[in-house]
Design a protein around this ligand. Structure first.
Ligand code: IMP
Ligand code: MG
Length: 184
């Protein structure tokens, strides 16, 4: 059971407070779309969303993009139902697109330890894309444990658990339009 009181979401004994508003998210996405346009105007890139978390960010991002592009998805195993990563990644859905010699933009909701991105990077090597860049709406710089490069970042946030705008807590709260953070 959860209740909302003045923007604060109460889930059992836990409280999630507003962190990034819908307006801030949408403003930043427009800026990111402009940045991407400089690089990809004539390259017909493929946006590859990492399911489930990135679906909302990917949708809003490409709505702001005017150059020709394609979309595909990978699905990785998630956190399970907890707030802490299992430390393991499993591929649950492969790509449909042939990405050989194509320009790839990996789209993530959030980079925490960096394990998922590291895993995707090693997976992509075998397909020989023309280029591969990573865009993530959120990054927790303090919790990155792997050597990875995030090329486009929406917001850097503290190492705290967040929900909303695609991000879940035990599969729920993805439908929130803004991002909330667990208050300690
Ligand atoms: P990483 O592999 O440790 O970088 O974790 C990446 C994935 O874990 C993200 O794509 C999210 O699905 C999930 N994740 C990481 N931090 C959070 C969070 O604060 N809230 C919800 N999901 C998260
Ligand atoms: Mg994710």
């Amino acid at each position: 059971m959860s209740e909302v009181d003045n923007g604060v979401i109460k889930i059992g004994t836990e409280k999630f407070i507003p962190l990034i508003s819908e307006e801030e998210i949408q403003k930043r996405i427009k800026e990111l779309a402009v940045e991407l346009s400089k690089e990809y105007d004539t390259k017909l890139p493929i946006f590859i969303g990492i399911l489930n978390g990135s679906f909302m960010f990917l949708a809003d991002l490409i709505k702001n993009i005017i150059f020709p592009c394609e979309v595909d998805f990978f699905k990785l195993s998630s956190y399970g139902d907890e707030k802490i990563s299992s430390g393991k990644v499993k591929l649950l859905k492969e790509l449909n697109a042939d990405i050989t010699n194509r320009h790839i933009i990996i789209v993530e909701d959030i980079v925490d330890s960096g394990l998922s991105i590291k895993y995707i990077e090693s997976l992509m090597e075998q397909f020989n894309p023309a280029s591969m860049r990573v865009i993530s709406l959120l990054v927790k710089p303090a919790s990155i444990k792997y050597e990875i490069k995030i090329d486009y970042i929406g917001f850097e946030i503290e190492d705290k658990f967040v929900i909303g705008y695609g991000l879940d807590y035990a599969q729920k709260y993805r439908n929130l339009r803004s991002i909330h953070v667990l208050s300690e």
